[in-house]
Design a protein around this ligand. Structure first.
Ligand SMILES: [Mg+2]
Length: 179
């Protein structure tokens, strides 16, 4: 079903998410994809990202990283971040996300997953009935060619934008599609 690929919300990037608002709405944990969500693929964290985690945790939310990448990469990323993590998560398989919920000690309704990919992050979240926020992927400026999977993602998001479900939840998806 196509709706299994639809995110709960869309944000331009991880910095524009209202984390205090998430807490007020009952969420207690944020689970992040790393590559192309927090930093470009394979890149180290930045002071801005490090500070973001501190800010999210100060808002009362626990954090976890959920990456299909290996432990070496994940540990390198969180050198200056105090967070739990699940590596080799094999998204969109459910097991990695279920492990993250266990580590965080939160119910699935209390968590939100933030990621850049419809076919791994969002699909995984929906399969586990965890709410999700899609962010625009961070690419290096030299990456000009859009892969076939990204084109397919655009089609999915277009279908989402046309669906009734979209209208009540998101306001800026159309903007994303025009980029
Ligand atoms: Mg990613």
């Amino acid at each position: 079903m196509l709706s299994l690929l639809f995110p709960g919300a869309y944000a331009e990037d991880v910095f524009s998410i209202d984390y205090d608002g998430l807490y007020r709405r009952g969420y207690r944990a944020v689970i992040f994809d790393i590559d192309n969500t927090l930093v470009p693929h394979g890149a180290d964290s930045t002071p801005r990202v490090d500070m973001l985690f501190a800010r999210i945790q100060a808002a009362g939310l626990k954090t976890c990283l959920l990456s299909n990448n290996d432990e070496e990469r994940v540990l390198r990323f969180c050198t200056n971040i105090d967070t739990s993590y699940v590596c080799d998560a094999e998204k969109p398989k459910k097991s990695g996300l279920q492990k993250a919920l266990k580590l965080l000690k939160v119910k699935k309704e209390e968590a939100v997953l933030v990621g850049d990919q419809v076919f791994t992050d969002i699909f995984c979240a929906n399969r586990c009935r965890v709410d999700s926020i899609l962010v625009r992927f961070i690419g290096y400026y030299t990456e000009t060619r859009i892969g076939p999977r990204r084109e397919l993602e655009k089609l999915v998001l277009k279908a989402y934008a046309l669906s009734r479900k979209y209208q009540s939840k998101l306001g800026d998806l159309v903007e994303l599609l025009e980029k």
